[in-house]
Design a protein around this ligand. Sequence first.
Ligand SMILES: Cc1cc2nc3c(=O)[nH]c(=O)nc-3n(C[C@H](O)[C@H](O)[C@H](O)COP(=O)(O)O)c2cc1C
Length: 369
Amino acid sequence: MKPIKSSFEKPIEIGSLKLKNRVVMAPMTRCFSPDGVPSSEVSAYYRRRAENEVGLIITEGVLIEHEAAGAEHDVPHFYGEKALNEWSRIVDEVHKVGGKIAPQIWHTGMAREPEKFPASNIQPVGPSGINFKGEKSSQSLTVNEIHDLIRKYAEAAANAKKIGFDAVEIHGAHGYLIDQFFSEFFNKRTDEYGGDLSQRTRFAVEVIKAVREAVGLDFPIIFRFSQWKLNDYEYKLVKNPKELKSFLTPLVDAGVDIFHASTRRFWEPEFEGSDLNLAGWTKKLTGKTVISVGSVGLTAQLTKNIDESKFNDTTAHLDELGDKLDEGQFDLIAIGRALISDPAWVTKIQTGKVEEINVFDKADLKTLY
Ligand SMILES: Cc1cc2nc3c(=O)[nH]c(=O)nc-3n(C[C@H](O)[C@H](O)[C@H](O)COP(=O)(O)O)c2cc1C
């Protein structure tokens, strides 16, 4: 294996964000925050990754202040004194050991299943009230409600900056609220928030602009997007580079600094005729800093389930990853499950202690180590 060390270890500066290397921890929901307040293990969990050469941590999705923002219990809030105090402590812990950290601000939209919250009568919200089965299950958001949600994203971003986070990531991927506006499956609106693909970017554009206004010019905004959706891993929002460009251009103009192109296997070409993946195309078309992601440190491909557990050779595809980073196809690589199972995955790869790696097993999702 070619030493991945050199490819990982180049520092990078994106505006005010100075990263010591190219490794990012992917945002991963862990549900260890009873009543929305991160438990004390959460700070130790992030600190452990920062201590072990993860250059930038993107936190699990954190909920903006809206009654229907969440789809699971024990997901952290990003509002209210208690939760924000705890986030402030987490930021300090990560900074103490030289790490950088950004919260991923999130609203799950129509992914909320009211049956999971029998004690409340809060229905999911989304562009047209269409659920993951394609049925109309609640009211469409009104324009006033959309404006309120945009303000809540901006407030969350302002709090991220105030608390001392190093950047903010807006979750625009995987079929959650912002992505529901992008997708014609969920978005049937005939007002200014619906229409063709570029019109369907309007909600995201207004969120990004409001976030930019709230955090100022120096604070990096990361925007995560994907083709795949929770209910359809094969979904294609854009079918060719031209469509990708018309999708991304309004987001760039609104103020995104870093794109996080979420794919399930980083080595897969996105369009025919080029080996560039979605991140590679995003960089080529926008010139922005781009994060790639997908099955680093895992061999068996993610098949049906995101928590597939039969992986064993953690070094597969690492040569290819090094080449893509060295060629500048993308700038940063996010690592998800490999870092759940082994907080020291990066240092073990860098120092050749591959046989000591604790390989991903879905049982590891039950604990927070
Ligand atoms: C347990 C778990 C929770 C996840 N939660 C989130 C999340 O909150 N936000 C998000 O954007 N992606 C989430 N993802 C997707 C990951 O960020 C990542 O894109 C995906 O796991 C692929 O990377 P990997 O192959 O390195 O694990 C989650 C994935 C897992 C396994």
